[in-house]
Write a protein that binds this ligand. Structure first.
Ligand SMILES: [Zn+2]
Ligand SMILES: [Zn+2]
Length: 345
C-alpha cells in the first residue's frame, strides 16, 4: 500500500511536471504542467477530490481518454469553476466527444447567461474521429451546440502547447479509448564556457532560431551581427521528455503494437492496471488489461518509469490484493525492461 500512496505526490523534476489528482479509492485524473507557464492540462476527469479550485481555473486543455463515467464524471466540476472565466478551454477526445461535452453543458439552465458576454467560457473540441483525423468544433454559451470548424488529416498531433506537443492513438476498449503522449519541444543548453561572446539576450534569440531551424537568422550579438548557424556550436541538444497516459484497453497484440508505436522509450507512462492476472477472463470480457500484461508491455518497449494506476473499485479496500496487483505489475515490468536493456546492448 505504501507504494501506491507514495505515487500520489511524485512530481517530476524535469520540465513536464505531472501529478495524480485522484486518491486510490477514486476515479482517475492526472494533472500535467510545465515549469515555464501557469497553465494546467488534465488527463481525464474522473472523481478526483485532490483537484483544487485553482487547478480547475488554470486548466487550459483536457485530454479525455473516453467517456465511461469513471473518466468523465468530474468534468462538471471543471465547468463549475471555469464558466465565468471568459477562457477558451480545449477538450480532446475520441469520436463524439463534442456531443458528450455538449450534453453535460446542456444539462443545466443558462437563462442568466447572454450570448457573447466577455466572461463566458467556451470550449474548443478536438474530436479524434479516426487515427490521424482531427475534427474541431466550438461550443458557446448559452446554447452549447457543437459548431463545426474544420477537419485535418495526416498528423498524429492532437494538440500543440507552447513548449510541448501531444500525440494520440486510439486503443480498443470495446469503445475507442485515446492514449496520449506529451512530448517536449527540442531544448538546448548554452555552452557558456565555450563562448567567445559575453552572455546577453541574444542567447534566447539563438535558441529560438535553433528550435525552429532558422539557419540564416541574423543574431545581434552585442555590436556584431552573426548568422545563427555559425553560432549553433554553442548549443547542446537536451533530450525531450516524453510523458504518456494509457488508460483502458484490451491486452491484445493490436493494442500493444499501437502502444509500442507511440510510447517506445518514453520516460514516464501512467498505465491502467484494472485487474490482477488471476482475473484475466474478466479483463477480457470487460476489454481491460491486467497488471501483469500492462507491466510487461511497459518493460518490453523500454518505458523507464511506468506508473500503475486505475484499479477496479472492487480491490480498493483490500490491502493485500492491492499489494499483489502492484507487485505483479512491478515484477512484469522489471523482467521485461531488463531484457529490453540486454537486447539493446
Ligand atoms: Zn472504460
Ligand atoms: Zn476506466
Amino acid at each position: 500500500m505504501a507504494a501506491v500512496i507514495a505515487l500520489k505526490h511524485v512530481i517530476s523534476k524535469t520540465m513536464l511536471r505531472h501529478e495524480l489528482k485522484s486518491r486510490l479509492d477514486e476515479d482517475i485524473c492526472v494533472l500535467v504542467r510545465t515549469d515555464s507557464a501557469r497553465w494546467n492540462y488534465l488527463c481525464d476527469c474522473g472523481l478526483a477530490t485532490e483537484l483544487s479550485v485553482r487547478e480547475c481555473l488554470e486548466t487550459l486543455a483536457v485530454f479525455i481518454s473516453h467517456t465511461h463515467i469513471d473518466h468523465f464524471i468530474d468534468f462538471d466540476r471543471l465547468i463549475r469553476h471555469q464558466v465565468g472565466t471568459g477562457r477558451l478551454v480545449t477538450v480532446c477526445g475520441p469520436k463524439d466527444i463534442q456531443q458528450h461535452v455538449s450534453s453535460k453543458l446542456r444539462g443545466y439552465n443558462w437563462n442568466l447567461v447572454q450570448q457573447g458576454e466577455e466572461t463566458n467560457a467556451s470550449y474548443l473540441i478536438h474530436e479524434w474521429v479516426a487515427e490521424q483525423t482531427l475534427v474541431r468544433w466550438k461550443l458557446e454559451a448559452p446554447e452549447w451546440l457543437p459548431v463545426f470548424l474544420d477537419e485535418t488529416t495526416s498528423s498524429d498531433c492532437i494538440f500543440q502547447g507552447e513548449s510541448f506537443d501531444v500525440r494520440a492513438t486510439l486503443l480498443d476498449h470495446g469503445t475507442p479509448c485515446m492514449a496520449y503522449l506529451f512530448e517536449e519541444h527540442p531544448r538546448s543548453t548554452f555552452l557558456i564556457e565555450q563562448s567567445p561572446y559575453p552572455p546577453g539576450p541574444w542567447i534566447k534569440t539563438l535558441q529560438a532560431a535553433w528550435k525552429h531551424d532558422l539557419l540564416e537568422e541574423q543574431i545581434a550579438v552585442h555590436d556584431q551581427i552573426i548568422k545563427a548557424q555559425d553560432l549553433f556550436y554553442l548549443l547542446e541538444k537536451q533530450p525531450s521528455q516524453k510523458l504518456g497516459y494509457v488508460m483502458d484497453h484490451s491486452a491484445t497484440a493490436e493494442n500493444h503494437a499501437k502502444i509500442e508505436a507511440l510510447f517506445a522509450n518514453a520516460d514516464t507512462v501512467y498505465m491502467e492496471c484494472y485487474y490482477p492476472e488471476s482475473e484475466y477472463e474478466l479483463a477480457v470480457r470487460n476489454n481491460h488489461s491486467t497488471a501483469k500484461r500492462s507491466g510487461e508491455i511497459c518493460g518490453r518497449i523500454g518505458i523507464k518509469h511506468p506508473i500503475p494506476v486505475h484499479f477496479s473499485r472492487r480491490y480498493h479496500s483490500d490491502e493485500n490484493l492491492m499489494h499483489e496487483i502492484l507487485s505483479e505489475f512491478q515484477l512484469a515490468w522489471k523482467t521485461a525492461f531488463e531484457k529490453f536493456l540486454l537486447e539493446k546492448q
